[in-house]
Ligand binder design. Structure first.
Ligand code: KG4
Ligand code: ZN
Length: 356
């Protein structure tokens, strides 16, 4: 089975082709055109600029994906596109393109939940069986999920305010680092003293596995205001303090749920991380130790497949297509689309996207 996947939900214009083979899944091509240059001056994603950039570049990105895989549209089995959640302008561009190709080539169309793309990537890269415990941490989302099967997700915890990636992006902007903030903070924190500035760990030590990051942002803003301007040393130490505070919070809340997972899912073997923040080296080390302490494997996709990409959409398309889960050409893009539709909605949480 061979599927073309299109990702345009935020600020990456991406297309990929993934195939199943007797040796397991294979990424035949994975093309990404990032929009960091367009958005960098604004310190975050500007939805209108993102939509126009997708429109300008998607054609060429898909062309390159087909060329790299050395395939024609006639040789693929389905066309998948991220249909939500995300910025509606980009979602419209991606889904309309996918529907057009599907209709023209006479192939099924699969409307993929972008979060499901992140959630299933581990099965593309590491052949993980259900059930697994997932920490999904990206620019717009921060959730702990019990993954029981394709389309079967139970949300165990979520952020009450900002997402983890949003916390990286906003604090990076406050201390004068570039966008996206996560990689910028990871780079800037090298050699820094993470204990020189005391930053809060909201909800740390409390029961439950929800997250909160807005207090961290306020504390960083205050430190910056008090000091007036930051020396390079201040910036390095603050970056190290921010990275440690966010990793502490993520590890603390995840620790609260691994026991539950061990007891309720005895057949489950893995703690999985996905989404852009899962590319963070310190977080990966912390979660590896945490999983090991309770006898679980820790698995995270390679960093390039943690951040948004087309391969995760193509793979989710394969997972759905082989179960017969295809969509009509009337399937609408959805700016909000929770993975667990039964979970209570929090204002601002799960739906926030990075904005300037
Ligand atoms: O999954 P993703 O590419 O897009 C969304 O679905 O939101 O995640 C992007 C987020 C950004 O907030 C970015 O700052 C963060 O992931 N990120 C990182 C790292 N790489 C990307 N955060 C921490 N450390 C990283 N190395
Ligand atoms: Zn994402």
């Amino acid at each position: 089975m061979i599927v073309l996947g299109i990702e345009t939900s935020c600020d990456e214009t991406a297309a990929a082709i993934v195939a199943t083979t007797p040796q397991g899944p294979r990424i035949l091509s994975n093309q990404i055109r990032a929009q960091s240059v367009e958005h960098a001056p604004f310190g975050g994603v500007v939805p209108e600029i993102a939509a126009r950039a997708h429109l300008d570049h998607l054609d060429a990105v898909i062309g390159r994906a087909l060329a790299e895989a050395d395939l024609t549209l006639a040789e693929i089995d389905g066309v998948a596109a991220a249909a939500g959640p995300g910025l509606i302008g980009g979602l419209i561009v991606g889904t309309m393109m996918a529907k057009g190709i599907a209709w023209g080539a006479g192939k099924p169309f699969i409307a993929v939940n972008h979060l499901e793309g992140h959630a299933l990537t581990t099965r593309l890269t590491d052949d993980v069986d259900f059930p697994y415990l997932l920490l999904l941490v990206s620019g717009g989302h921060c959730q702990l999920l019990d993954c029981a099967g394709v389309g079967r997700y139970r949300r165990l915890g979520t952020t009450l305010d900002d997402a983890a990636g949003e916390a990286f992006d906003k604090t990076a902007k406050l201390i004068g680092l570039g966008y996206p903030g996560g990689p910028a903070i990871e780079r800037a924190s090298r050699g820094g003293d993470p204990y020189r500035f005391a930053l809060p760990r909201p909800l740390k030590g409390r029961p439950g596995c929800d997250f909160s990051f807005s207090g961290l942002k306020t504390a960083v803003r205050q430190i910056v205001a008090e000091r007036g301007c930051l020396s390079p040393r201040d910036r390095t130490d603050l970056a190290a303090a921010i990275e440690l505070a966010i990793c502490d919070a993520l590890a603390d809340r995840t620790a609260n749920v691994v026991d539950w997972f061990r007891r309720h899912r005895p057949e489950g073997t893995a703690l999985v991380a996905a989404g852009g923040v899962a590319a963070n080296g310190q977080l990966r080390r912390r979660l590896t130790a945490l999983a090991g302490s309770v006898g679980l494997r820790f698995i995270a996709p390679p960093p390039a497949l943690c951040t948004d990409n087309g391969a995760m959409i193509a793979w989710a398309g394969i997972e759905r297509l082989r179960l017969g889960l295809v969509d009509g050409l009337d399937a609408a893009p959805r700016p909000r689309w929770p993975l667990d539709t039964g979970a209570p909605q929090w204002p601002g949480a799960e739906v926030a996207r990075r904005r300037k």
